[in-house]
Design a protein around this ligand. Structure first.
Ligand code: NI
Length: 135
């Protein structure tokens, strides 16, 4: 029987959504407040869902301590209190929208999981705006 286990995490980070080849005016018309040239922060809420078979010996899909440590080392340590555009290498060329951040988080976590497990990442940029990515 397959069960989904989920772990919540949180990080604060700054970003700016813009294309450098566009004027500030054009960036503002496409990205609105998120294109502020002086950056701004979000309180990101992350939910990591892992789906797999329950191990008959442990009763676990995945040990939550392991999942917690993985989220800390791969996401929190790399993104918390960072300027995403300038301090996270993936976003030097990729715009750090919630969509792209979710994809980057998925790609950082996936290689560390059992290949039989499926992963879904849900990322809240605001309490009302959130995205999900499952590969
Ligand atoms: Ni923003």
């Amino acid at each position: 029987m397959k069960v989904t286990v989920s772990r919540k995490a949180h990080f604060n980070a700054a970003h700016r959504l813009f294309r450098k080849e566009w004027s500030d005016k054009k960036n503002n018309s496409v990205f609105g407040k998120c294109s502020n040239p002086h950056y701004h922060g979000h309180n990101y809420e992350l939910i990591v869902h892992v789906t797999g078979l329950v191990d008959p010996k442990t009763g676990y899909v995945i040990d939550m301590k392991i999942l917690k440590e993985l989220i800390k080392s791969e996401v929190e340590d790399k993104m918390d209190h960072k300027n995403l555009n300038e301090e996270v290498p993936e976003f030097v060329e990729m715009i750090p929208t919630a969509e792209n951040i979710a994809i980057v988080i998925y790609n950082k976590l996936k290689p560390h999981l059992n290949s039989k497990h499926s992963l879904e990442v849900t990322l809240y940029e605001t309490p009302r705006n959130f995205v999900s990515y499952s590969g």
